[in-house]
Design a protein around this ligand. Structure first.
Ligand SMILES: [Zn+2]
Length: 98
């Protein structure tokens, strides 16, 4: 067996704010696009470095200590966090509850 590997399960992601680990579908993905801007990625498939949060609450937590910026290795401004938060909210209200 491959005991040296960290991940036992495929598709498990970790929230950058609270450290919770869940399967990928439970998380909101933030992607750093090739032009260096960060954006909410509702499909979870956009190319680029990704970071995950549980939802708007953890996004707000990540903003306080700029964990998202560190995870994505790019500088995120307040306006970036605000844009991502509103994109996340718009997408959440758009979707039937699961
Ligand atoms: Zn979280």
């Amino acid at each position: 067996m491959d005991a040296g590997r960290v991940s036992k399960k495929r598709g498990v992601r970790t929230c950058v704010a609270c450290g919770a680990s869940e399967s990928k579908i439970a998380f909101a993905r933030i992607v750093r696009r090739p032009d260096g801007t960060a954006a909410y990625d509702p499909t979870g498939r956009e190319a680029g470095r990704g970071a995950y949060v549980c939802g708007p609450g953890c996004l707000a937590k990540a903003r306080k200590s700029d964990k998202l910026g560190r995870a994505l290795r790019c500088a995120l401004k307040d306006s970036d966090y605000e844009r991502i938060a509103s994109e996340m909210e718009a997408s959440a209200s758009d979707r039937p509850s699961e």
